[in-house]
Design a protein around this ligand. Structure first.
Ligand SMILES: [Zn+2]
Length: 142
């Protein structure tokens, strides 16, 4: 049921672990299957210089975290913000329909970490609900 890409990502995930000096941390949980995902960001300028994750969850959640962190390294915060779970699923070659919600956690955790960073900088958080709508906080392609 899982693609080879998902299995490879799950069995050999990248960027796993804690980051002691993270500039932004985001943690989200899935009420549906109990996955918990924590993302740590190291930010330089407006770019993600480094990223780590800790995920307690199913294979889809871990594969999605690994793929998502791999994708956002080096991106600007606005680019990382607009990464959708669809982008992650596509890079994984698809997920079983019942597991797609697990990939949403990765983009949600990244957004939570970005907003944690923004809050620490004294910036207003971006609106996660509407995925980037209004005012000066609007991401480039939001
Ligand atoms: Zn899951």
């Amino acid at each position: 049921m899982y693609t080879e890409r998902v299995i490879a990502e799950f069995t050999n995930p990248e960027n796993v672990g804690e980051m002691a000096d993270a500039d932004g941390v985001g943690e989200v949980g899935s009420p549906t299957c109990g996955d918990i995902m924590k993302i740590y960001l190291k930010v330089e300028g407006d770019r993600i210089a480094d990223v780590r994750f800790q995920t307690f969850g199913c294979a889809a959640a871990i594969a999605s975290s690994s793929m998502a962190t791999r994708m956002i390294r080096g991106m600007t915060l606005a680019e990382a913000w607009s990464l959708s779970n669809g982008d992650v699923v596509e890079s994984l070659g698809g997920l079983p329909p019942a597991k797609v919600h697990c990939s949403v956690l990765a983009s949600d955790a990244i957004r939570a970490a970005i907003n944690d960073w923004r809050t620490r900088q004294g910036l207003p958080p971006w609106d996660a609900g509407s995925r980037g709508c209004c005012g000066e906080a609007e991401p480039e392609n939001g």
